[in-house]
Write a protein that binds this ligand. Sequence first.
Ligand SMILES: [Ca+2]
Ligand SMILES: [Ca+2]
Ligand SMILES: [Ca+2]
Length: 267
Amino acid sequence: MRMMVLVSAMSCTCPVFADLVADLATDVLPSLQSGWAYFPYGCNAGVPETSVYFPGPEFMVMDTMGIRPQSCQAANRLEYRIDPVLIERGTYRAETRARVTDSEFFVYQYGFSFGGYLDDKVVSIGLMTDTLSLPDLSMMPWDATGWHDYAIVYQLPGYEFELWIDGQFFLTGPARDIDPYPNTFIIGDSTGGANARVEIASYHAELVLACNAADLVPPFNLLDLADINAFVTGFVSLDPIADLNADGLFDLLDVNIFVGSFLAGCP
Ligand SMILES: [Ca+2]
Ligand SMILES: [Ca+2]
Ligand SMILES: [Ca+2]
C-alpha cells in the first residue's frame, strides 16, 4: 500500500535545474570571468595568463607550446573552485567544444585537459592532437585536430565516469584517486611535460545535487522509481545507503524518513 502511494506521487514534471553552473566565455580573459582563476603552479608558476590564453569572438586559444617541455609537475590551468559546496550525492556534467591544433609531450599527455576534481577523485580527460588520455592515465589513439563536442558525466559518490563525444556515448571508466583537493571544475593545460595549442569554442559545467534524503540515485533532483528501488534494495540488504538516520539500524525510522522525504518532493 505504501509503495502504491509512492508510485502515484511520481508524476513530477520537474524543470531543468542545476545547483551550480559554470560557463566560460571565449572572448574575455578567464580570470576576469566570475568564479574562474588562472592557476599556474609547479615549474610553470610565474607564467602569465596573457601569454597562454588568447580570447576571441569565436574561440579562445590556449597555447602552452614550448613552455617548460620537461617532466616536472606543472600546469597552466583554469580552475573554478566549488568548495565549500558539500557534495554528498550528485551528478557532475562538463562539456566543451574544442580542437587541438598542436601538441608536444614528455610523459602524461594532458597538454589540454578538462573535467573536474571532485570528492578527491580526478575525472578529467587529456587531449593531444593524436591521443586521448583517461582519468586512470590510460591512453588511446584519437584524432583531436577536428572540432568535437566532449562531455564528461560523473555521479557522486564514486560511480564510473562516462565520456560522450559529439552526442554519442563513447566509453566509461574509473575515476582516479587523488590526495585531498578542493572540489574544482578545470580546463586548460594540466601537466608540465605535455603542452598543446587548442581552440576552445565553448565550455559549460554543472552540478545537480540530491534534493533530500530520499533522492538516493540518479537522476538527482528527481524522485522516481529508481530511488524507491535503491531504498528497498538497500534496506533489505542492510546497505548503508538505506540507513537514512545513520544509526547503524535498519528500521521504521529509516522508512519514515524515506517516505516523508519522498512525499515532500524536491523543492
Ligand atoms: Ca604543459
Ligand atoms: Ca533520484
Ligand atoms: Ca537507521
